[in-house]
Design a protein around this ligand. Structure first.
Ligand code: GCU
Length: 328
């Protein structure tokens, strides 16, 4: 009888321990984040900051495991993995996100922002937030946004007027808006995933591409396409995207930790971006690259039909009006 009581109480203790362990295990969470940028990229570094902060704030109970350099596939493929529940988070440029939620198309309109302040007001303000949350019913939304500079064309020769694009195959992201932009300017757009552009350029599959200076240099595209023509046609932000399903499985406390760390990484990246841009410009010159000044007016004029069509959709027109208000 006595033995029985001891056994029972021992069993009780171990059951408690088991419950405690199970409860702890349930609190522990590992989130997978895969993207197509190199470790040297400032957005990857912002994600590393975020992962560190998440670990700290959660006393080691939350881990973000990052898979950079397209290890889990292209931007499109990681978005598909995320929607299928095989991945928790990814980085999406607004260009990549356009095909998953058309609300992001607006960011791909050329010559959209008046200046950096206008960009900041939109992307980090209320309209930006509205866009980041717009896709929840499509299985994802954005937790934070990152500056990705301005995009210009680069090739073996200068592109100073739309006619220079005639006959040139230009690599673009999988964005219908960018595709149309290059067509309207007179070039032949060729969608290729970011990680495959170097080889495509090397093999002559494309004659040029368009991107910000850090990407032109860090991907070493500059080795093949040495002339960067600053028509500055677009400023397209990057986003940290999370699956709605993953988000709903987190406790309110875990959600709060992740949101805070994501927002802090956003602020960190904003400060880091200006340095990276200046550093890579200097690096570009050292690597034999040249910068060409461009009169933007003919490029701007060529893409006007994009705006005319965009405004035909009342929802898009209303969003554009909000963007215009944010310029004041
Ligand atoms: C930029 C942007 C990336 C994007 C890349 C591209 O570098 O920051 O998010 O993947 O352009 O052209 O694909």
């Amino acid at each position: 009888m006595k033995m029985n009581t001891i056994t029972r109480s021992l069993l009780g203790v171990s059951m408690l321990a088991l419950f405690a362990t199970t409860a702890q295990a349930a609190e522990k969470v590992t989130l997978k984040l895969a993207h197509n940028l190199e470790r040297s990229h400032v957005v990857h570094q912002a994600f590393e900051q975020m992962a560190k902060e998440v670990k700290q704030l959660s006393d080691g109970k939350m881990t973000i495991r990052i898979y950079p350099s397209s290890q889990m596939g292209s931007a499109r493929e990681t978005m598909e993995l995320l929607q299928n529940g095989a991945l928790d988070m990814t980085k999406g440029s607004a260009s990549d996100l356009e095909s998953f939620d058309n609300t992001y198309a607006i960011y791909n309109l050329p010559y959209l922002f008046k200046d950096q302040k206008h960009f900041d007001n939109v992307v980090f303000g209320n309209v930006g937030k509205e866009i980041m949350e717009s896709s929840k019913d499509k299985g994802f939304f954005a937790l934070s946004a990152y500056i990705a500079g301005t995009r210009s064309f680069y090739a073996k020769k200068p592109i100073t007027k739309p006619e220079d694009l005639k006959g040139l195959k230009i690599r673009v992201q999988a964005s219908p808006t960018t595709l149309r932009m290059v067509e309207l300017m007179g070039g032949s757009p060729t969608p290729i995933s970011f990680g495959e552009v170097y080889t495509a350029m090397q093999q002559g599959v494309v004659d040029g591409a368009e991107n910000n200076v850090p990407s032109w240099v860090q991907t070493r595209h500059i080795e093949i396409a040495k002339v960067y023509s600053e028509d500055e046609h677009a400023s397209i932000p990057d986003f940290l995207v999370i699956s709605t399903k993953t988000w709903s499985k987190l406790t309110p406390e875990q959600q709060q930790i992740l949101s805070k760390a994501a927002k802090d990484s956003e602020a960190w990246q904003q400060k880091a971006w200006a340095n990276v841009e200046a550093e890579t410009r200097a690096q570009a010159t050292a690597m034999g690259g040249t910068f060409v000044t461009v009169d933007k007016a003919p490029f701007r004029a060529a893409v006007q039909p994009l705006y005319d069509d965009f405004k035909k959709d009342p929802k898009q027109a209303a969003l554009l009006a909000k963007f215009e208000q944010a310029a004041q």
